[in-house]
Design a protein. Structure first.
Length: 67
């Protein structure tokens, strides 16, 4: 998914949906780190992608809070 479309999708969601998406992303990051530690992770670039998605979600949540 392209970054711009992903951010637009995030901006269209409510705060509850954003919070749920944030929790899911953090769980996914934990699972990826666990797989990486046990040498079961094939695509290590996914960790970086999920971390950036978490930052994007948090940014949108902050923008909605300030507005």
């Amino acid at each position: 998914m392209k970054t711009s479309t992903y951010v637009e999708d995030l901006k269209a969601k409510s705060e509850a949906e954003l919070t749920e998406e944030l929790v899911n992303a953090k769980k996914e990051l934990f699972n990826l780190r666990f797989q990486n530690a046990t040498n079961q992770l094939d695509n290590t670039s996914r960790i970086k992608e999920v971390r950036k998605n978490i930052a994007r979600i948090q940014t949108v949540i902050t923008q909605k809070a300030r507005a």
